[in-house]
Design a protein around this ligand. Sequence first.
Ligand code: ATP
Length: 324
Amino acid sequence: IRKIGVMTSGGDSPGMNAAIRSVVRTCAFHKLECIGIYRGYQGLIEGDFKPMDARSVNNIIHKGGTILKSARSKEFRTKEGRDIAFAKAKQQGLDALVVIGGDGSFTGAMIFSEENDFPVMGIPGTIDNDIYGTSSTLGYDTALNTVVDAIDKIRDTASSHNRLFFVEVMGRDVGNIALNAGVGAGAEEILIPEENLGRDRLLESLKRSRASGKSSSIVVVAEGVETGENVFALKDYVEQNLPEYEVRVSVLGHMQRGGSPTCWDRVLASRMGVKAVESLMDGNYNNMVGIQDTKIVLCPLEKAVKGKTAIDKELIRVSDIMTT
Ligand code: ATP
């Protein structure tokens, strides 16, 4: 391996820049060439490349987003598109590819690698923490802190007006952000797609909490694209059944994907980038870098893509106890 391409693909997340920086600097350290590929697979197809040396990644460790930009590429989903991408990679003299992204990006990388016998390495970058083979993805910790910070602010206004707030957070079809940020922010109830509490239990819980003397409450609702509750429908339901409540909805939205990465995400990105490049140098191709029990590990890309992550049941129990 002499020349490595690095790209960010799919949804962006805080810490991606720190990971790019790490890949670039690790290449420089080992005297490998590093090529930045703009706009993910679409940039690979279009040959949107830029050589990157150690100094080209100055002053980005603290920045959210990705200096290489990210994109979703329809063309890369087709064999013709991937053939062009492979031709461009060869033309550029790339020996391997580091893809920073989510499971869709890894699926693409795997197919590309199988079709062309081309070494790839994944670094998990998504705020959702929904990737098998790593206990934490880049951007997850930052997103949790962003959500906790937002809920703290909402709590101030909720308690001034004795209101009930439903705060919708991201996470697609997993409830990791909702559960962890909910516990961290001291939410009254946390609704996640993995556990259907049922609306009636929510009503019971809200009644109980008011009877126990609480005058305002925060309920965290996971967006749950497929399985979750619609937060506005939930508001209507609660207002119909508990007319004494004044309910407000706050959908946090894309602010959760931005912002300066936390120290945890920066350190994780730095460690993952080193592992990605050095694993490619060692011939450990087609893996994803992950973290397990504080150790940086490799997980075969196929497992990372197909494996299912599980919600932390013990944390659900902790959350139940905390809302007593
Ligand atoms: P996020 O988790 O933030 O959405 P992601 O990596 O899962 O990130 P996707 O949009 O699913 O985001 O995938 C990114 C890109 O990877 C797609 O635009 C496409 O180019 C490529 N890709 C995804 N799935 C496939 C596939 N089955 N075959 C080929 N390419 C794919």
